[in-house]
Design a protein around this ligand. Structure first.
Ligand SMILES: [Zn+2]
Ligand SMILES: [Zn+2]
Ligand SMILES: [Zn+2]
Length: 443
């Protein structure tokens, strides 16, 4: 910390850190950008990291995981919120009339892989977890009943009553195949919606397009479920209204049918998976029970959470890692072990279970949307970078050129990542973000 403070380049370093917005693990880049005039061949401007502190430029890591970098995850969450919101009420290039299109909020759940401890509430009272008067005893001698009224932060929530009966393989295979199940759901939904309107899929496409935005959320038991916004548009996407006959009621019927009908098979094991029976689909309105604001906030909240909220790790697990030594609860350890074990089967290679063991088998994207749902994260990022560029031009740091007459030659290489402990303290002071847990911190 002292050497950084005394460094003659301190001000420039502090400026870089400020630009990363409090990123906990900035990426160090070494390289240069040159602007050449295409007509005359003159070099107009050159930027090189040679003149930067330690010869590197520090840029934010842009992770979406709050456990790795709260500052960047917050940017990601805010962008996701804007993206989902634009698809509901317009903005960011999406016309406001989109708010009159029929739109649903749908939750697709995973099936059961065994009885787990759960907190149930009714009229504000906590009910017994899984009380059974004539509870059967499982083959491992455990009584399949739990009369506890679990607290909201009880660590056993989501864990099985009998771990030896629990279908760990099924749980991780479901996670692995859930993106395919989702894909089939969207196809089946289109087919059913067309049929309910007396059309073929091809004919439907000439009148209606169906737009999706979804996020995956881990349940305590370690399986993913999906929350999705499903919207009806006219032929040309969000800018055109769907025909009058394309109603939310018909869309609900199509969702219910498709969710119950689709399956996905892990062929080498002859295991067929389908969605759980709990299906929730509700219409999103501007002012009803389920408002567009609430939905956008809800979806964005899950975009920055990964499997670590189940109590697993936020890093890849290596085949040589000692699973017994991982700092996780037994339930997560067994889910990870199921991935590592199934992952060794050559027939299951394409599921890449070892690679995704820390995600409990799920390798899909956390938030995805169909092309026409709204704007894109890339567009939001570009807009932000453009804003920063404008700032650099107005502050004189970057000259202004006609974009199409200038050739930009850039060369960048990765030169490391992160901040030293002393730098973390300085960065926190500069950007005003909370410090990560330090060595010697009381837990
Ligand atoms: Zn970051
Ligand atoms: Zn219980
Ligand atoms: Zn058992």
């Amino acid at each position: 910390m002292i050497s950084r403070l005394h460094d003659p380049d301190y001000n420039r370093w502090a400026c870089q850190i400020k630009r990363t917005g409090g990123c906990r693990q900035p990426i160090h880049l070494r390289g240069k950008v040159e602007h050449w005039d295409q007509a005359t061949g003159h070099l107009l401007h050159r930027y090189s990291t040679n003149t930067e502190p330690n010869g590197v430029l520090r840029v934010s890591c842009k992770t979406r995981r709050a456990s790795r970098c709260p500052a960047c995850a917050e940017v990601y969450r805010a962008d996701t919120y804007q993206l989902v919101r634009a698809g509901l009420v317009g903005g960011k290039g999406v016309p406001e009339t989109v708010n009159s299109h029929p739109c649903l909020f749908v939750t697709l759940t995973a099936p059961s892989f065994g009885v787990v401890h759960a907190r149930r509430e009714k009229n504000g009272k906590v009910l017994p977890c899984h009380a059974r008067r004539d509870a059967e005893t499982c083959p491992h001698g455990r009584t399949m009943s739990c009369t506890n009224r679990h607290g909201a932060d009880d660590p056993c929530l989501g864990e099985p009553l009998c771990p030896d009966c629990y279908d760990y393989d099924g749980s991780v295979l479901f996670n692995a195949i859930s993106p395919e199940l989702w894909r089939r759901f969207t196809l089946a939904l289109r087919r059913r919606f067309a049929r309910l309107n007396g059309l073929t899929v091809k004919a439907l496409r000439e009148h209606v397009s169906i737009a999706f935005a979804k996020v995956a959320e881990y349940q305590r038991r370690g399986v993913v479920h999906f929350h999705a916004v499903i919207r009806l548009d006219g032929l040309d996407g969000p800018g055109t209204p769907p025909p009058m006959w394309a109603t939310a009621d018909t869309l609900v019927q199509a969702v219910q049918h498709a969710a119950a009908a689709v399956t996905a098979e892990v062929k080498p094991l002859s295991r067929v998976f389908r969605w759980g029976t709990q299906l929730d689909s509700r219409q999103i309105t501007m002012d009803g029970d389920l408002t567009d604001q609430a939905v956008a906030a809800y979806i964005a909240k899950y975009a920055t959470k990964a499997a670590e909220c189940v109590g697993t790790l936020d890093r890849r697990i290596q085949p040589l890692d000692d699973l017994k030594a991982l700092p996780v609860r037994e339930h997560a350890r067994r889910l990870i072990a199921a991935c590592m074990n199934l992952g060794t089967q050559p027939a299951l290679a394409e599921l890449r279970l070892i690679h995704w063991a820390h995600m409990l088998g799920f390798r899909g994207h956390f938030s995805t949307k169909s092309r026409r749902y709204s704007t894109t994260l890339g567009a939001l990022r570009a807009a932000r970078e453009e804003h920063m560029r404008t700032e650099e031009i107005t502050t004189g740091r970057l000259p202004l050129f006609e974009e199409d007459t200038v050739l930009v030659v850039a060369h960048w290489e990765y030169a490391g990542q992160g901040l030293s402990l002393g730098e973390q303290l300085l960065a926190a002071a500069i950007t005003g973000v909370r410090l990560p847990q330090m060595v010697g911190d009381p837990q």
